[in-house]
Design a protein around this ligand. Structure first.
Ligand SMILES: C[S@@+](CC[C@H](N)C(=O)[O-])C[C@H]1O[C@@H](n2cnc3c(N)ncnc32)[C@H](O)[C@@H]1O
Length: 280
């Protein structure tokens, strides 16, 4: 099941500003795992990594130091435009392609990463592509995080509001779901750590300990909601409902935080990244 949810310039720009990027420790774990099954070349690097559904390069750039070439693939040109603007690496490039149809030679890729995107793919077709592209011993790594983060006040005081904030995010997702936008199936897949998806490869690691904390104004919660591709689709189809829901959400946040100026309150937003590594 492919998606065109992140295909506007506005959406790609919000996404890039709002979403977290994986930690260097997470990438180190992947590289340590790769070293167990594929030897690096004499320069200490591997030949090729690809990051599929790369967005604006959230995971792609982190691979640059370890490979001669890194290619990020995505179906969204606006996402790749931003990735190209951010690109400071000569060995990193971005190309438009669906993950299921990547035009590289068989047995030519040491590492395939998919960050926060596997749930959008035609999985049977993608599995076949992964199998053909990877060198023997090469790794396919699923990286993700649950999009309802843990939230606390930055000064550590009064944490009683946290559940109310999480409820607001959940309520918004239910609104989208009830209007025919399939967010639940994606959320369920991520929460189940993709166990419900058939990935017929040898699993060699599953690590969950990669916390990313963003310190942001409380208004970030609105930005986070708007960074879902579905949010824009819902807004286009039901503009009045979108506006009414956003107004209500802002009012609720004003009450929870005790201010009409959400930008005056700092919160810590904690995303828990996990990785699952499969070996060919
Ligand atoms: C939630 S974003 C993830 C972006 C980035 N990897 C990250 O970690 O934040 C999902 C991305 O997958 C892309 N995508 C969706 N279906 C795809 C497919 N079949 N092939 C390649 N990219 C796809 C979307 O365009 C979008 O940029």
């Amino acid at each position: 099941m492919s998606t065109q949810q992140y295909d506007s310039t506005r959406m790609a720009s919000i996404y890039n500003e709002v979403r977290p990027i994986p930690t260097k420790d997470l990438v180190k774990s992947i590289i340590n795992q790769l070293a167990k099954s594929v030897n690096p070349k004499s320069n200490g690097k591997w030949s090729t990594a690809i990051d599929v559904g790369c967005g604006s390069g959230q995971a792609t750039f982190l691979l640059a130091d370890h490979f001669d070439q890194v290619i990020g693939y995505d179906i969204s040109e606006p996402q790749l435009e931003i990735a190209n603007q951010l690109n400071r690496f000569t060995n990193v490039s971005f190309k438009v392609s669906s993950g299921e149809d990547i035009p590289l030679d068989d047995n030519s890729v040491d590492l395939i990463t998919v960050c926060e995107a596997l749930h959008f793919f035609d999985i049977e077709k993608f599995n076949r592509k992964v199998d053909s592209l990877l060198v023997p011993g090469g790794l396919f790594v699923v990286i993700s995080y649950y999009q309802v983060p843990r939230i606390r006040l930055a000064d550590g005081s009064n944490s009683s509001f946290i559940d109310s904030v999480v409820e607001i995010i959940e309520r918004t997702r239910k609104l989208w779901q009830d209007h025919g936008f399939p967010v639940k199936i994606y959320a369920d897949q991520i929460q189940a750590k993709y166990r419900c998806i058939d990935l017929p490869f040898e699993k060699v690691c599953h690590e969950e300990s990669f916390e990313v904390t963003l310190r942001r104004p409380a208004s970030y919660i609105i930005d986070l909601l708007n960074s879902h591709g579905v949010s824009e689709k819902f807004m286009e189809k039901y503009p009045e409902k979108h506006e009414a829901h956003m107004k209500e959400t802002i009012n609720q946040l004003n009450q929870i935080f005790g201010t009409k100026d959400l930008s005056s309150i700092q919160i810590d937003v904690v995303f828990d990244f996990f990785i699952i590594c499969f070996k060919k």
